[in-house]
Design a protein around this ligand. Structure first.
Ligand code: SF4
Length: 135
């Protein structure tokens, strides 16, 4: 185990992981084997927190400490029979109980709500524009 300065914390982490993270922090591209090592990190380990810290640092560095938030409006959804293990839409997970399909008015209402949430949004859309232009 190595002792590291990642993010200012002084905890012991696996030196192999530390080396990969320091490589990334130095702006060098990691290779496939190194990426696989990162994927294998236990989610409850110090190594995972080091990975998250480095990811945060690199993201903020890349994007000048700015971020964009995208909101989605679900128009229709139903329990999906494919049941992919990672997806909450899968029927077996019982997150979605029945088919839901929004009306046009409900979609517009939700878009207006989302639009109000982000007053600094530079690319606001007019949810009524297409509705009013329909023939
Ligand atoms: S990802 Fe989700 S919605 Fe897509 S097929 Fe799998 S369970 Fe269905």
């Amino acid at each position: 185990m190595g002792r590291n300065n990642l993010g200012g914390a002084h905890v012991k982490i696996d030196p192999k992981i530390e080396s990969i993270l320091n490589k990334a922090l130095a702006g060098k591209e990691i290779n496939r084997e190194e990426a696989v090592e990162l994927v294998k990190i236990n989610e409850h380990s110090y190594e995972m927190y080091a990975l998250m810290s480095v990811a945060n640092t690199l993201t903020r560095r890349q994007f000048g400490n700015k971020g964009e938030i995208f909101a989605q409006v679900g128009i229709n959804v139903w329990p999906c029979p494919r049941n992919c293990g990672f997806c909450s839409f899968g029927a077996d997970w019982n997150v979605i109980e029945s088919r839901v399909e929004l009306s046009l008015e409900e979609v517009v209402e939700r878009v207006l709500i989302v639009n109000r949430i982000d007053p600094l949004c530079a690319n606001k859309i007019d949810p009524l524009e297409n509705k009013n232009n329909q023939h």
